[in-house]
Design a protein around this ligand. Structure first.
Ligand code: NAD
Length: 505
């Protein structure tokens, strides 16, 4: 089945079960961020004609797929999970080459998809509806979940297999058909994931894969009236634009967007543990997780000690190609992102924050051909500085000093985002107050802001999202509509209380 990366030169779109070239005949190239001279593959540079064909195929397939019993659909999803397990290592290696995250993290990315496949397959035998008492005798009241139809899935590059799996697998088990557009930086990982779904036995047209840009492929998916839902993960900028348009079209839209996540470390915290957590949260995946720890809010009594320990540990991190097992921090995704991260370093310095460590682009020796940035730590950051407010999406962390637990909560909540916040304390009262008062979709106690498990809802509040949650049982909510059903077996016209005020029966 899967071709090795070396042999893969051109990857096509998948439409109606056939691998086909784009209408334009053009291609675009994916490069390794660790070595920009290494070509990963070339991909169909598609346009609205390809999208139309993909939606045609998905709409046709929906008519039969929706009637396949959910447990049967689930068998195919489970098979996909088992195939992912079989191909985990090669997929992880390809991911490291294409996206840059270190190999162990790439394995974790694939593992999320395996877990999600097993979980979503289980939903095929659950997908609970509801039965409630009816107002009348001989009448039955229930509600079931119905699939939406064709759904458009638009994904970012930072979790190139996990995020597509969070969306596509629940969508399919619920009976929808899919048009999938991955990020242009990681199309090969997405291609391999789709290949595995195909091999698992999805009928033609149930999953359609169209590569290309947000404007030429993403937009036409949104505009097509047959696409009933857009599920997008990306930046808040993109999410706002897409959600606005979907609002005008009265289309369902689920957005998972940016974050400005924080760890709070109180004076009673276990400092070693907090340093470990902050290091992993800030520099894991080179800071390119929506849940990355980009602020550490420190109680004044432990500020200096934490800073010493944290900077010392950050200095030990090795930056390089993620395929090298001795490397801790891989490259960032591309040159534009590298530039943008480094601009934030300058912004931080201009704002008066103290550069405690890092700050530079690495472009010599082993780093010369890739997109590498030093892990970077700013001290004396004020909560309203741009580096403490805006998503940088790179290995840059802002340390903020506060006087009290209450101030820590206020600072943690003081951004437009609300994805993941964490509290380090040994005091159970403080822990539960933090759980109550932190404004975020995910709260951790004595653990960093990254590391969600797929069996709980995943998503954020405020500008991070629009109220939907991925993963957990909530994943199914996104991809189904409720259908309420009343069955009257009395044989006479019975009126519900709304129309029955004591008049003759
Ligand atoms: P991005 O917003 O640039 O792109 C995301 C996807 O949207 C890509 O496939 C892109 O091609 C597409 N797109 C862009 N403009 C579009 C348009 N006008 N119409 C339709 N599609 C369009 O994001 P990115 O750089 O790929 O990913 C990084 C961002 O994703 C960060 O902000 C990060 O926080 C966020 N993210 C959020 C979560 C979460 O669950 N909250 C998870 C991972 C990443």
């Amino acid at each position: 089945m899967t071709k090795t990366l070396e042999k893969t030169k051109t990857c096509l779109n998948l439409i109606g079960g056939e691998w086909v070239k784009s209408n334009t005949g053009k291609t675009f190239t994916s490069y390794s961020p660790a070595n920009q001279e290494e070509v990963i593959g070339s991909f169909a540079d598609s346009d609205e004609t390809d999208v139309k064909k993909a939606v045609d195929a998905a709409a046709k397939a929906f008519e039969t797929w929706r009637k396949v019993p959910a447990p049967e659909r689930a068998e195919i999803i489970l098979r996909a999970g088992l195939l992912l397990e079989q191909h985990k290592e090669s997929l992880a290696k390809d991911m490291t080459r294409e996206m840059g995250k270190v190999l162990n993290e790439a394995r974790g990315d694939v593992q999320e998809a395996i877990d999600m496949a097993k979980y979503a397959a289980g939903e095929g035998r659950r997908m609970f509806g509801m039965t409630v008492p009816a107002e009348m005798r001989n009448k039955f009241a229930m509600a079931v979940r119905a699939p939406l139809g064709v759904v458009g899935i638009i994904t970012p590059w930072n979790f190139p297999v996990a995020i597509p799996s969070w969306k596509i697998l629940p969508a399919l088990v619920a009976g929808n058909t899919v048009v999938f557009k991955p990020a242009t930086d990681t199309p090969y990982c997405a291609y391999r994931f789709v290949e595995i779904l195909q091999e698992a036995g999805l009928p033609p047209g149930v999953i359609n894969f169209v590569t290309g840009s947000g404007s030429r492929v993403g937009n036409p998916i949104i505009e097509d009236p047959r696409v009933r839902l857009i599920s997008i993960t990306g930046s808040s900028f993109t999410g706002r634009k897409v959600a606005g348009r979907c609002g005008e079209l009265m289309k369902k839209i689920s957005c998972e967007l940016g974050g400005k996540n924080a760890i709070c470390v109180m004076d009673d915290a276990k400092l070693e543990l907090a340093v470990d957590g902050a290091l992993w949260g800030a520099f894991g995946t080179t800071g390119q997780r929506c849940t990355a720890t980009s602020r550490v809010i420190l109680h004044k009594d432990i500020y200096e000690k934490f800073v010493d320990m944290f900077v010392k540990r950050a200095k030990e991190l090795k930056v390089g190609d993620g395929l090298d097992p001795s490397v801790d921090v891989g490259p960032v995704i591309n040159k534009d992102q590298l530039k943008s991260i480094n601009e934030y370093v300058k912004i931080g310095q201009d704002e008066g924050a103290k550069l405690l460590f890092g700050g530079k682009i690495l472009d010599k020796g082993d780093h010369a051909k890739g997109c590498f940035h030093e892990p970077t730590i700013f001290g004396d950051v004020k909560p309203n500085m741009r580096i403490a407010q805006e998503e940088i999406f790179g290995p840059v962390v802002a340390l903020i000093k506060v006087n009290s637990f209450e101030e820590a909560i206020e600072v943690a909540n003081g951004t437009e985002f609300g994805l993941s916040l964490s509290m380090y304390t040994q005091d159970v009262n403080r822990a539960f107050n933090a759980i109550t008062d932190l404004e975020s979709g995910i709260v951790y106690v004595n653990a960093p802001t990254i590391g969600a498990e797929i069996q709980l809802p995943f998503g954020g509040v405020k500008q991070t999202g629009n109220g939907h949650r991925e993963a957990g049982t909530t994943a199914i909510d996104q991809f189904t509509e409720w259908k309420s059903i009343y069955v009257d077996y009395s044989g006479v016209l019975q009126r519900a209380q709304i129309d029955n005020h004591g008049d003759k029966k």
